[in-house]
Design a protein around this ligand. Structure first.
Ligand SMILES: [Zn+2]
Length: 54
């Protein structure tokens, strides 16, 4: 899936994948995307979690 690299930025230190255009609805900070244990976005600033569809 080469196209994924355009949408996501992988942080190899934490293992998180950051989606550039995803922001937190609570504080407006960028959210990190985690695939495990379940696909979800997590805001490192306020702790908000949004589970990905599917
Ligand atoms: Zn937040």
């Amino acid at each position: 899936m080469p196209y994924v690299h355009k949408l996501y930025e992988v942080d190899y230190k934490s293992g998180a994948i950051k989606r550039k255009n995803k922001t937190c609805p609570k504080c407006g900070s960028f959210m990190a995307f985690h695939q495990k244990p379940v696909a979800r976005w997590h805001c490192g600033r306020c702790g908000y979690v949004e589970y990905a569809p599917k």
